[in-house]
Design a protein around this ligand. Structure first.
Ligand code: DHK
Length: 192
C-alpha cells in the first residue's frame, strides 16, 4: 500500500435534482488522499466548493485611499473576514487583487476550471471593461458583483456597469460587508 496515488476526484450527486442554472457541474467532489499521510482518512469527505474573489485596480490601497468613501478596512482585513465566513459556510476562497485587466481575465479563465462561483469587485474596470464582461460570460457558475461604495450616489460615469450584464447579483454601498453578503449569496445559489 506504499504507492502514492494522489487525490482521487469523484463526482457525486449528478442529476437527481431539478435543473438549476448553476448545476451544470457536479454538485460536489469527494476526494480521497491515499498519499499525503492521510491514509484514506479523507475518503468520502466532501471537498468545499471554491469561490474566487477578485479585486480590481487600486483596491490594494483599500483602507488608505479615500477612506471617507471606501472606509478604513484594508484588503487584508477583507480577505480575513471572507476566509472566516467561507469556513462557516463550508466554502473555500481564492482571494486575489490586480491592477491589470489582463491578469483579472486570466484569473477568470482559471476560475472556469477550478471554481464554482466568482465574487468580483472590478473597481474602475466595472465601468469600462467589455473584456472582463466577456470573460465572465465564459464562466458558468454564479457571479456576484460587489462595490464598496454606493456607485449610484457618485459621478455619472460610475452608474454604468458592464459586469452587471453578467452578474447574478450586485451589491453596492454596503462597505466591505458587501463581500460577506456576496459570499452568503453565492452559498445560497450553490445550494439551490
Ligand atoms: C471601487 C473603485 O475603485 C471605483 O473605481 C468604482 C468601486 C467603485 C467600489 O466602490 O468598490 O467606481
Amino acid at each position: 500500500m506504499g504507492a502514492s496515488l494522489g487525490p482521487i476526484l469523484v463526482a457525486i450527486r449528478g442529476a437527481a435534482r431539478p435543473a438549476s442554472p448553476f448545476r451544470r457541474r457536479p454538485l460536489a467532489l469527494v476526494w480521497g488522499a491515499r498519499s499525503q499521510g492521510g491514509a484514506g482518512r479523507s475518503l468520502g469527505v466532501p471537498m468545499p466548493r471554491l469561490v474566487t474573489i477578485l479585486n480590481g485596480p487600486n483596491l490594494n490601497l483599500l483602507g488608505r485611499r479615500q477612506p471617507e468613501i471606501y472606509g478604513r478596512e484594508t484588503l487584508a482585513d477583507v480577505e480575513r473576514g471572507c476566509a472566516a465566513l467561507a469556513e462557516e459556510l463550508g466554502l473555500r476562497i481564492r482571494f486575489l487583487q490586480s491592477n491589470h485587466e489582463g491578469q483579472l481575465i486570466d484569473w477568470i479563465h482559471e476560475a472556469r476550471e477550478e471554481a464554482q462561483a466568482i465574487v468580483i469587485n472590478p473597481a474602475a474596470l466595472t465601468h469600462t471593461s467589455v473584456a472582463i464582461l466577456d470573460a465572465l460570460h465564459a464562466f458558468e457558475g454564479p457571479v456576484i458583483e460587489v462595490h464598496v461604495s454606493n456607485v449610484h450616489r457618485r459621478e455619472g460615469f460610475r452608474h454604468h456597469s458592464y459586469v452587471s450584464l453578467r452578474a447574478d447579483g450586485v451589491i453596492a454601498g454596503c462597505g466591505t460587508q458587501g463581500y460577506l453578503l456576496g459570499l452568503r449569496r453565492v452559498a445560497t445559489l450553490l445550494a439551490a
